[in-house]
Design a binder for this molecule. Structure first.
Ligand SMILES: [Zn+2]
Length: 341
């Protein structure tokens, strides 16, 4: 492998990671003329860019979350489709397995390949295309769960816990906190696989993105919006699942439900203090990020001699990779959420 000098053409600027010859940012956190957007979560996909290079699904998500005119100059790229960014830089997108439409940005220039993973996971998820290892010279990775303590269980395990609770506590409304983009739909799909056949009751804040998934061919079975059900009929929630955004778990909205049992689905639920913070009686460890073992395994599998770490538990990952003979450095990007799930 040739000596990597990707620093010459990939730089950290106040707006975010920047590809200099292509004059293009990756997941910039403020509006720029040209942006590659890895996926639709708010800390990666900001509104107001000039040209946006992203998968068609990510563009659809951005238009749903912001407004149709928030993404004016969209250049949709399906996985594997090559696009010349100019000055000899080629871009293509590879699946990241994080949420619907999520992608790794693959940049090729001067015989070198840099892969920016965005957020990613290796666990199975029927609501998105699985992660693909792309051999590269420089692998740019997140480090959200980069501590040896983080080991994410299979989602089936966590859904079985929820199903058992509904059987043993049939009088309680099982209220599950989920983020609106990705987590909500993944949990719905997993519960169907676990045999939950009843219509889901869902908070109004979760409907638009769920409908977007459905318009793209995903099927979660029947669901009803909670606000459309008469207060007098709300005893039907007992022993059933109500999905809501995490913020609604402990607010006035949840007090309108009979005997709520608040549960929270997040990778952070492995930490008891986080579950208490969310007032969750039941912690469901459901993560859309790679855990410690998968972060290390993935960096190794890319064969990259250099790993650049964007955000999260940067030092722990840097140290572990260095011990395996991989050059690792922190990028010190600003503007990433501390709790990006
Ligand atoms: Zn994300």
């Amino acid at each position: 492998m040739k000596d990597v000098s990707a620093e010459n053409w990939m730089q950290v600027r106040p707006e975010g990671l920047y590809c200099k010859p292509a004059d293009c940012f990756i997941d910039p956190h403020q509006p720029v003329p040209r942006a590659i957007v890895t996926h639709g979560h708010a800390d990666h996909a900001r509104a107001g860019h000039g040209t946006v290079f992203a998968t068609p699904e990510t563009i659809a998500i951005m238009r749903t979350r912001y407004a149709d005119d928030a993404v004016t100059g969209a250049v949709p790229l399906t996985y594997g489709q090559r696009h010349a960014l100019g000055e000899g830089v080629e871009l293509w997108l590879a699946p990241a397995g994080h949420i619907l439409g999520s992608a790794q940005a693959v940049l090729e220039f001067d015989g070198q390949r840099v892969v920016i993973s965005g957020d990613y996971k290796r666990h199975a998820d029927p609501t998105c295309v699985p992660f693909e290892v792309v051999p590269c010279d420089v692998f740019v990775t997140e480090a959200t769960f980069a501590l040896p303590v983080f080991s994410h269980p299979p989602i089936e395990h966590e859904m079985a816990k929820l199903m058992r609770s509904m059987t043993s506590l049939p009088d309680r409304t099982h209220l599950v906190g989920v983020y609106a983009l990705g987590k909500c739909q993944r949990v719905m799909a997993a519960l169907r696989e676990a045999g939950y056949a009843h219509p889901f009751f869902i908070h109004g804040a979760l409907t638009r993105l769920t409908e977007l998934y459905e318009s793209l061919g995903y099927d979660f079975g029947p669901w009803q919006e909670v606000s459309k059900i008469d207060r007098a009929d709300r005893d039907q929630f007992r022993g059933k699942i109500v999905l809501c955004p995490p913020s609604a778990l402990a607010d006035r909205w949840s007090r309108g439900l009979p005997d709520p049992l608040p549960a929270m689905a997040s990778g952070w639920m492995q930490i008891r203090a986080r579950a208490r913070q969310r007032r969750a009686e039941m912690a469901l460890i459901v993560s859309d990020h790679a855990d410690w073992a998968d972060l290390l395994r993935t960096a190794r599998e890319t064969g990259a001699g250099d790993v650049w770490i964007t955000h999260g538990r940067v030092e722990a990952l840097q140290h572990a990779l260095s011990q395996q003979g991989i050059r690792a450095k922190a990028l010190d990007l600003v503007g990433r959420d501390e709790e990006p799930e």
